[in-house]
Design a protein around this ligand. Structure first.
Ligand code: ADE
Length: 225
């Protein structure tokens, strides 16, 4: 799953026996990658669309695992444009009922940070090692905001101990956890969520999305059928 066409096109391009289904105003691409059956879709940007798509992938297309591929803004100084990060856990930085003495990102019966599947993370580390790639692991913060503001970025980093931010991952985490489906979130950095973020995002969306998509394809190849 991705959020934007640029994030899934490099994956769809590699599928055999492609079948397209339009459902709930989205296109779902069913096919095979090296014999492994997959369903690919981009949700459109943001938490609501991502929730809808993740739910449909699981409930209608019976996906047994969900892997997300896309781009993110860096919070950590360790992360440069094109670098890969996998989420250990995801939180919603724009979820705020602090007026009722709850922490940022928390609502009753939810959790501030939702952990991703450990065995999928292990597969990612193995793939990175085989390819000689550096893979950072950390918390990714999600919200319905394109962050292009150093103060907001700093606040998200400090409040959630987050290394990167984007606009869909925590939605996938909520859906997959509720429906008991192992999930994995990979992002390649497109910008640093600072004053230059809009410009950098436009400049690096395609190249960073491709870095992430290529990595996901290697993981699909490694996951046991
Ligand atoms: N995805 C990639 N860069 C982002 C940013 N700066 N804010 C939110 N989502 C992003």
């Amino acid at each position: 799953m991705g959020a934007m066409p640029e994030e899934v096109e490099p994956i769809v391009a590699k599928l055999d026996n492609l079948k397209e289904t339009v459902y709930a105003a989205n296109t779902y691409y069913e096919g095979f990658y090296k014999g492994q059956e997959v369903v690919v879709a981009y949700s459109k940007i943001g938490k609501v669309f991502a929730t809808l798509t993740a739910t449909i992938l699981i409930e209608k297309f019976a996906c047994e695992k969900l892997l997300f591929s896309g781009v993110a803004g860096a919070i950590s100084d360790d992360l440069q444009i094109g670098d890969l990060i996998i989420a250990s856990g995801l939180c919603q930085h724009d979820l705020d009922i602090t007026a009722f003495s709850h922490p940022f990102g928390y609502v009753p019966e939810g959790e501030v940070c939702i952990a991703t599947d450990e065995s999928l993370r292990e597969i990612a580390k193995k793939v990175a090692e085989e390819k000689g790639l550096t893979l950072k692991e950390g918390i990714i913060a999600t919200g319905d905001q394109f962050v292009a503001n150093p103060e907001r970025k700093e606040w998200i980093g400090t409040t959630f101990n987050a290394d990167a931010l984007e606009m869909e991952g925590a939605s996938v985490a909520v859906v997959c956890t509720a429906l008991n489906v192992p999930f994995f979130i990979l992002r390649a950095i497109s910008d640093s969520a600072d004053m230059d973020a809009g410009f950098d995002f436009d400049a690096f969306l395609e190249s960073s999305a491709k870095i992430s998509a290529d990595f996901i394809l290697s993981m699909v190849d490694t996951i046991e059928r």
